[in-house]
Design a protein around this ligand. Structure first.
Ligand SMILES: [Zn+2]
Length: 119
């Protein structure tokens, strides 16, 4: 790895970020599990209620699916960050290779890019 020494996170810092990522991951997995059950309930309700409530149920389901989609995306980001830890690439921008920055990682340990390359 040709990253500058100054940008390097210490082993201890890496460990802290890894623990955070793993905690976030199991949290998300638990929530995803629960929301999957919730969508199943909406589907059941749909069959037994009138048209208006049916539309409400569909809308609620669409929202639940969007939330679930975003959570699944977050989960993928976290998994990717864990892979970067394994590969020694964690903390470096996926676009330019510069340091992502501690402050940014504190806010979002799964951040894959520096501020300049965040969309
Ligand atoms: Zn960058």
């Amino acid at each position: 790895m040709l990253h500058s020494v100054m940008a390097d996170l210490t082993k201890q810092e890496l460990g802290v970020f890894e623990a955070k990522l793993r905690a976030l991951k199991s949290e998300l997995e638990a929530v995803l599990e629960t929301s999957r059950d919730a969508s199943a309930v909406v589907q059941l309700d749909q069959q037994s209620v009138g048209r208006l409530s049916r539309m409400d149920a569909l809308q609620a389901q669409a929202m639940a699916q969007e939330t679930e989609r975003r959570r699944a995306l977050d989960l993928r980001k976290i998994d990717a960050a864990l892979v970067r830890i394994d590969e020694g690439e964690f903390g470096y921008c996926a676009s330019c290779g510069d340091a992502v920055g501690r402050g940014r990682l504190e806010l979002d340990p799964a951040a894959a890019t520096c501020v300049a390359h965040a969309k």
